[in-house]
Design a protein around this ligand. Structure first.
Ligand code: FE2
Length: 188
């Protein structure tokens, strides 16, 4: 898998791209950098390829104005990165992070998502989702409890995002505890 990512999308290139696409000081930028940093740590401890780190920096790129299209940020981000020459290993991780198929189904986009971006093997995908679920909207490392609490504060009960998160919550919690065990955590 090493060497398949074009240089402009390696971890350093990914960070440069983020600062091009998001306003300085924007929450999405801070969150993306935080998730990337978390992935750097995880990749060191569990000996994972740079692919995980690049995907972590870029996972929310679909929220950038330049990428936004359908409103499903995982799909918009994966399409945008495909346009920049990202390999399927990278676009697949971005397309499917954090239970994307749940929100995709709510938006009627699950068919398009699966057709265009086959779901990658669970290993790196789960680690990416773990990093996302333990990093706050401002980029700080948080527990999964705090993360859910803040998501539900930000999106009211009937909102599509909060409905999708409630649906995915049990699976996300199981995933996070499994990875915390591998990392010798939790830090509570
Ligand atoms: Fe995220």
């Amino acid at each position: 898998m090493h060497g398949t990512i074009p240089r402009e999308l390696d971890p350093a290139g990914a960070q440069a791209l983020l600062t091009e696409l998001f306003e300085p000081g924007a929450d999405r930028l801070a969150h993306s950098i935080g998730v990337g940093r978390r992935a750097e740590h995880v990749a060191r401890v569990l000996d994972c390829p740079d692919l995980l780190v690049s995907a972590a920096y870029l996972h929310d790129i679909g929220y950038a104005a330049a990428a936004r299209d359908t409103g499903l940020h995982q799909l918009d981000g994966a399409r945008y990165l495909r346009g920049l020459g990202a390999p399927p290993e990278l676009t697949g991780l971005v397309a499917h992070h954090t239970e994307a198929t749940v929100e995709a189904a709510e938006r009627g986009l699950d068919g398009a998502l699966r057709r265009e971006f086959p779901e990658p093997a669970t290993g790196l995908l789960d680690l990416l989702t773990y990093c996302d679920m333990t990093t706050s909207a401002r980029g700080e490392t948080v527990t999964v409890d705090e993360r859910f609490e803040r998501i539900y504060d930000r999106y009211p009960p009937g909102h599509l995002v909060s409905r999708s998160m409630r649906d995915a919550e049990p699976r996300l919690r199981t995933l996070v505890s499994g990875i915390e065990r591998r990392l010798g955590l939790p830090f509570r």
